[in-house]
Design a binder for this molecule. Sequence first.
Ligand code: AHR
Length: 503
Amino acid sequence: MPSARLTIDPRSTIGPIRRRLFGGFVEHLGRHVYDGIHEPGHPTADTEGFRQDVIELVRELGVSTIRYPGGNFVSGFRWEDSVGPREERPRRLDLAWHSTETNEVGLHEFSDWLEKVGSDMMLAVNLGTRGTLEALDLLEYANIAGGTALSQQRIANGRTDAFGVKMWCLGNEMDGPWQLGHRSADDYGKLASRTAKAMRQLDPSVELVVCGSSSAHMPTFGEWERVVLSHTYEDVDYISCHAYYEEKNGDLGSFLASAVDMDGFIETVVATADHVKAVLGSDKSVNISFDEWNVWYLSRFQNVDKIEGLDNWPVAPRLLEDVYSVADAVVFGNLMISLLKHSDRVTSASLAQLVNVIAPIMTEPGGPAWRQTTFFPFSITSRLAGGEALELKLDAPTYETKEYGVVPLVDAVATHDASTGRTAVFLVNRSVEEAVTLTVDVGSLGEVSVLETHTLADDDVYAKNTLAEPTRVAPRPNDTARIDGRELTATLPPVSWTAISLG
Ligand code: AHR
């Protein structure tokens, strides 16, 4: 059996674990909002039509800030359509997803739902088909207490207190040719800079995210970040990264190493941002908002699900409803490890998405809600990771992948919370065939014991949770984990994700 060795030292800190790393994303897309979080006729629906079974699962997931309302959707969105009396709200074409948007759920309803799930709102403004003025209008509507036309309109619409939204995205994926209003880095950078300055003139406390690349594999990657940041460096707090991974051509080995790509993506964007900082002689750092990340079988959407036709604009169609396997959840858990390993510069992140649409939570209209395999690494990491992320000394065997060359068989990160004395270790074994014997030197933590262990693995790495079998896959305690003196040992099954909490 191959073996891996880790050394944990609570003094080797990377950066603080901010709650915003455990953010989510709700887009008006498919059955996310309608028939997902909102289904007035559902047996668990509350008086506002929100499914309480979904609310409970979102709370259990442990999501901090939630990005809204898109995604690609936002680039055609008129925010004014989504407020005011429901019966007067227009039905609109959503060009991004070839659907009809009824606007039955809008800004106020979404904010009410956020209060129920205990999360904060992060808003995106439309810089695709709209501009600075509309962004200012939305900011005034959302954040000004009262006494102006738009803040009074919000009050008349039933919301006395300002929404007080802190995080704002300056558009979405403006580098992507599929984006409504897609433009060059130079054009977008100028627009984003003007809009950011104007928004700060209205509310200096907002935190602004400028669009980075929609993937590290875009032909403009790198240069896009450099040019956009050259225009906006002093105006923004974050640059976004988006990344989705899927198993391609049956190459499970490469798929399991997807986090290697995410590591490189983050490090390249940090280097580019720091390059611009040096050129400008700036004394502030722009950090990363990794505001879309997940496993997504994009090729299935492109080849099977895509909706077309001049007279075919369905309401809440089944779109992007990926059903996740154990292997998907292991990759997903590894992506979270990558985010934690870069917590010095990735200071905000949003899992894309939350319900039904490439989501950890699935629902059936009139029926149950259940946890996908990916639910578990998110909820457990969100609950156990705390304090500071730690730089680990990792000695692990390697394997060869088609996509990423030679990569470590094991990936890991640990967090340590000095206030509680708790340490959490998150690990993946990427081997398709073999278990790995893990030894961790925990001597520098003092006397500790194992508080909880969770391992997600299965003899069938493609096992999934479905409507018919909603609890087929779940993590189990790892009974092999034990501490002897200064050493923690555990066995990591093939294709597995593990969390160990010590205290
Ligand atoms: O999350 C699905 C889509 O992926 C988002 O709308 C878009 O921003 C990205 O391309």
